[in-house]
Design a protein around this ligand. Structure first.
Ligand code: 5GP
Ligand code: MN
Length: 343
C-alpha cells in the first residue's frame, strides 16, 4: 500500500464527528469487515459511526462484531436518510461505483458530506473528496487497517475491529490462497493476530457455519449443473429460482460455488448464473491471466477484478445461459489469439 495522501485520511478522521460508512450490495466478508472494523475504530475515538448496507447481510455473518447495530437501506430507509443528512463524512468501502448501491448511491450523491473512498476494485467511477484506491490490494480490510496504522490510529484498533479486518482478508483471499502473494498481507495478518483475535473461532464461524441444505445445494449444483463448454477450459453452472427455493435459498448461500470448477486441472474460467426475482446474476472467476472483469464489462454490464467479476443480465435464465456460451467462447478465442501474437 503506497498512498501519497495519507495525511488527508488522517485529517478527515480527526476533523469530523459523525461518519456514515456504506458498502456494496450483497455484502461479503470484506465489505462487512472493513465497514464494521473502521466503524469500531472511529467509535473508539469517541465519534459517531454508523454502517449502512444497501440490502441485508447474509445471516451467516451475523456473528461479526458490531453487525447487529448496522442498518439496511432497503428496510430502514428513513433512519438511514436521517443519518446521511446529518453526516459530516460518508465513507465508501469495498466498491467503486455508486450505481452498484442503487437508491443508497443516489441519496448519498445529494448529500453535502465529505466523501472518502477506500477500495481495491479497478477503475473507480465515483466522485469523492479523497480516494484510497489500490487494485493490487487483496482486500479492502488490508487497506483500511494499513491506513489506520500509517496515520497513528493503531492503538484504537481493538479486538473487535481486528476480528473484522481479519475476516475480510481471509474471505477475500480464500484463507490466504489467492490474491495474497505479497509479504505485506502476511505482516498485516501478523499484526492482527497481535491484537489478540481468536483465529480458531473466526475460522470456525467463517467456514464451519453452514446449513445442511446449503451443502446439499452445493452438491446439487456441482453434480447436476456443472457443464464444460465446447471442451474448452471453460465451465458454467446455472440455477433457476425454483431450484434455489427447493434448497431453502438465502442470500449468500451460493457464495464460493463459482470457485470450485477452477480446481479442475485444466479449467481456467468458471461462471455461476443465478435466476433472482429481479434479474439474472452472473458471477465469473478465472485462474491465471484471463480477465473476467473485461469479459463481464463487455457483455454483462459488470466488472470487478481480473480473476473475480460479476454482472447482470436482463432476460430469462435460458437466454442468459445462451448468451454466456456464445460470448465466452468468442471472447476466450479472441483473447488467446491476442496473447499468442504478443508472445
Ligand atoms: P460476485 O461474483 O462475488 O458477486 O462478485 C465478484 C466481484 O465482481 C465483486 O467483488 C465485484 O467486484 C464484482 N461485481 C459483481 N457484480 C458486479 C456488477 O454487477 N457490476 C460490477 N461493476 N462489478 C460487479
Ligand atoms: Mn473486497
Amino acid at each position: 500500500m503506497q498512498f501519497d495522501n495519507t495525511d488527508q485520511f488522517k485529517q478527515i478522521i480527526s476533523d469530523n464527528q459523525t461518519f456514515v460508512i456504506v458498502t456494496h450490495l450483497n455484502p461479503d466478508g470484506d465489505a462487512l469487515g472493513s465497514s464494521l472494523g473502521l466503524a469500531a475504530v472511529i467509535q473508539a475515538l469517541g465519534k459517531q459511526a454508523a454502517v449502512i448496507t444497501p440490502d441485508n447481510a447474509p445471516t451467516f455473518y451475523s456473528w461479526m462484531p458490531g453487525i447487529r447495530k448496522s442498518l439496511t437501506y432497503d428496510r430502514q430507509t428513513e433512519e438511514c436518510d436521517k443519518l446521511i443528512d446529518s453526516a459530516d463524512v460518508v465513507v465508501y468501502l469495498d466498491f467503486n461505483c455508486t450505481k452498484r448501491i442503487q437508491a443508497l448511491g443516489e441519496k448519498i450523491e445529494q448529500s453535502k458530506a465529505v466523501k472518502m473512498l477506500i477500495d481495491h476494485h479497478l477503475y473507480p467511477e465515483v466522485n469523492v473528496d479523497a480516494a484510497f484506491s489500490d487494485p493490487t490490494a487483496p482486500a479492502t480490510c488490508e487497506l483500511v487497517y494499513n491506513l489506520l496504522r500509517a496515520t497513528g490510529f493503531e492503538e484504537h484498533i481493538g479486538k473487535d475491529a481486528a476480528t473484522n479486518f481479519y475476516t475480510g482478508i481471509i474471505t477475500d483471499t480464500g484463507a490466504l490462497s489467492y490474491n495474497s502473494s505479497k509479504p505485506e498481507t502476511y505482516l498485516t495478518v501478523a499484526s492482527l493476530l497481535d491484537k489478540g483475535i481468536d483465529k480458531t473461532h473466526i475460522h470456525d464461524k467463517i467456514f464451519n457455519n453452514k446449513h445442511f441444505r446449503r451443502l446439499q445445494l452445493m452438491g446439487f449444483c456441482l453434480y447436476r449443473k456443472m457443464e464444460r463448454i465446447n471442451k474448452m477450459p471453460i465451465t458454467m453452472m446455472a440455477l433457476s429460482d425454483e431450484e434455489l427455493r427447493r434448497f431453502n435459498y438465502n442470500t449468500g448461500d451460493t457464495e464460493g460455488f463459482v470457485n470450485y470448477p477452477l480446481s479442475i486441472k485444466d479449467v481456467e474460467v468458471s461462471a455461476l448464473i443465478l435466476e433472482r426475482p429481479d434479474k439474472i446474476k452472473m458471477s465469473f472467476r478465472s485462474k491465471g491471466e484471463f480477465p473476467v472483469n473485461e469479459f463481464s464489462a463487455r457483455f454483462f454490464g459488470g466488472g470487478g477484478h481480473k480473476n473475480a467479476a460479476g454482472g447482470t443480465f436482463a432476460g430469462t435464465l435460458d437466454e442468459a445461459v445462451a448468451r454466456y456460451k456464445i460470448n465466452i467462447v468468442q471472447f476466450y478465442n479472441e483473447w488467446t489469439e491476442k496473447n499468442r501474437k504478443k508472445k
